[in-house]
Design a protein around this ligand. Structure first.
Ligand code: ZN
Length: 346
């Protein structure tokens, strides 16, 4: 199944309140071992070269993808990887073999596996300008980022331009880059909102869904994700992501509707009229996955509950106990059925 490895991504950002998704089955390591290997440097089109950051792990698939864009000698670099020596070495040799350099670098979002290569980049190419949306957002090492406005365009040497589009979800500062180029050679650099394998983790479900819908309108052909292989049918993949999120949401609604026969195995939590606690829901919805994964799963379920709450479709019972863990979630009865308001963020 495809919804596996990236839930683990969360743990690498644990301190930053990263919200996880959850795998469908429990043979995660087996599946991850099956990821097809990607070469360190690949010329994907005459104007796009992918360089792997050398940081493969259960958190990052085959490692972070960085991309050189442009067919002229002054390239734009997208993302910088995790600071591994192999990455800067591969970047330098790729560029010197074509007598090229990096003039600009665009960062898709603040996560360490995308920004940690910046010091190496700056020492190799001191003149490079580095751009990121919201320069001060999670910037502990005070990288001198130049801001990127939503819709800002960057001319690409050799033809075309990159248009940055603010697409929060995976992170708040997240930008995708639409490569506007004559003919079929453009595409969408999706950052970590959409990946080459599995599903992505997200910080905020509503804005993530809005961003996915927006991204669908930005691409016809290929997408170049922050991790994993090139996505040939980008629009279909994005639709798949949206469907997957909708299925999870439907599961939560179904469970909230379910009668109060909560198994004793659900920790004595009571459903139905009295409402469901978060962990009560998780224990039933994810009864097929190891209990060790219930906490990460809860991060995704609370996101769904908060989205439904904003839409007026669920609420917390007022007579619940203290604290979020004791909150008891119930469906809001609606005229004309509980489907009202559905998908309003789509
Ligand atoms: Zn990443």
């Amino acid at each position: 199944m495809r919804f596996l490895p990236l839930f683990l991504h969360r743990q690498s950002h644990h301190l930053h309140h990263h919200k996880p998704t959850i795998p469908k089955t429990n043979n995660t390591l087996f599946k991850m071992a099956q990821l097809p290997p990607l070469p360190e440097v690949t010329s994907l089109t005459p104007s796009i070269t992918r360089i792997l950051a050398g940081n493969p792990s259960k958190f990052t698939l085959q490692g972070t993808n960085t991309y050189l864009v442009g067919s002229g000698p002054n390239k734009i670099l997208i993302d910088t990887g995790d600071g591994k020596p192999s990455w800067i070495a591969a970047l330098k040799s790729t560029l010197s073999s074509s007598s090229a350099t990096v003039s600009k670098c665009i960062i898709t979002h603040w996560h360490h596996d995308h920004v940690n290569g910046i010091p190496d980049l700056l020492s190799a190419f001191p003149g490079v300008k580095i751009y990121k949306h919201r320069p001060d957002y999670h910037n502990p090492s005070n990288v001198p980022f130049l801001d990127i406005a939503d819709g800002q365009e960057f001319d690409v040497e050799g033809g075309g331009r990159l248009r940055a589009v603010h697409t929060p979800g995976h992170t708040e500062d997240h930008m995708v880059l639409q490569y506007l180029l004559e003919g079929e050679q453009g595409g969408l650099f999706t950052g970590d909102n959409v990946l080459g394998h599995g599903t992505a983790v997200f910080e905020d479900l509503s804005s993530y869904l809005t961003s996915l819908s927006k991204m669908k309108t930005l691409v016809n052909g290929r997408a170049y994700p922050g991790h994993g292989p090139v996505i040939e049918q980008a629009r279909e993949r994005i639709e798949e992501y949206i469907r997957h999120r909708q299925q999870r949401e439907d599961q939560v609604v179904q469970q909230l509707k379910a009668a109060p026969n909560v198994p004793a195995a659900a920790g004595g939590q009571v459903g139905g009229e009295k409402g469901w606690t978060l962990m009560g829901l998780v224990k039933v919805m994810y009864k097929d996955v190891p209990e060790a994964l219930h906490i990460p799963a809860a991060g995704g379920v609370i996101q769904i509950l908060k989205k439904l709450e904003r839409e007026g479709r669920v609420r917390v019972r007022e007579d619940g106990g203290g604290g979020e863990e004791e909150d008891r979630w119930v469906l809001v009865e609606q005229q004309g059925g509980t489907g009202a308001g559905r998908g309003s963020a789509l």
